[in-house]
Ligand binder design. Structure first.
Ligand code: SAH
Length: 227
């Protein structure tokens, strides 16, 4: 019975928040129709899971608004063959959507309690690998990736992510200070050329952890605003 109710709310979400706002990739729309977003939020928020807003998921973090998940996913141009890296597993919802649309997904979460929670929640997906470490390192072991999606905002594009992205690869990343002044970028890597396309203004939780982790605390020459 509950499932019926949530299916109805999910369909309504897809029609009113996703299709009507211009998301047109059929595979993305199907994935949003399929994945039960309510199981990725805490019980007390289940009835709000299909609303047009982000929701708290504990540890001060949030599950992104459905439209932003759809926009970021569509921007990755997935065909089903890709190896994808996600930074910021959070609720696990975005990675479940990616697992429906790509070959393999690698996801990194810095908060141990969220990582533990997701191990259970996502155990049904055989093409998801999770790790509990500082995402500023990317995930070197499985690099390079066809696609990278970052779901917490750093204040610049870390060079590590550029390095771990394949030539011809696409990255979607929010960049900016904590709060409302962030821009969502689609980044395309071609040879040594990095093309940045701004998609819209967004408000993500900040990326935490030492951003200089990889080079032992030195100056990370990341790609800043305006590059
Ligand atoms: N993709 C998520 C969005 C979660 S919010 C979803 O679908 O729900 C962003 C997440 O990024 C939070 O869980 C936060 O803990 C995590 N995060 C922040 N900084 C990080 C870092 N340096 N490395 C890995 N994860 C990080």
């Amino acid at each position: 019975m509950d499932n019926e109710k949530y299916r109805f709310l999910r369909e309504k979400m897809v029609e009113e928040q996703i299709i009507s706002r211009g998301i047109s990739d059929k595979r993305v729309i199907e994935a949003l129709r399929k994945v039960p977003r309510h199981i990725f939020v805490d019980k007390e928020y289940r009835d709000m899971a299909y609303e047009d807003r982000p929701l708290p998921i504990g540890a001060g973090q949030t599950i992104s608004q459905p439209y932003i998940v759809a926009l970021m996913t569509e921007s990755l141009e997935l065909t089903g063959k890709e190896k994808v890296l996600e930074i910021g597993t959070g609720s696990g919802y975005q990675v479940a959507i990616l697992a429906e649309l790509a070959k393999e997904v690698y996801t990194v979460e810095i908060i141990t309690s969220l990582y533990e929670r997701n191990k259970k929640l996502l155990s049904g997906y055989k093409n998801i690998k999770m790790s509990n470490h500082n995402g500023f390192l990317g995930w070197k072991e499985y690099a390079p990736y066809d696609r990278i999606i970052v779901t917490a905002a750093p204040d610049h594009i870390p060079q590590t992510f550029i390095e771990q992205l394949k030539d011809g690869g696409i990255m979607v990343i929010p960049v900016g200070p904590p709060g409302w002044n962030q821009v969502l970028y689609k980044v395309i890597k071609r040879s040594n050329n990095i093309k940045k396309i701004s998609l819209c203004d967004v408000a993500f939780v900040p990326m935490t952890g030492n951003q200089y982790a990889e080079n032992g605390g030195g100056n990370d020459k990341g790609i800043g605003e305006g590059n």
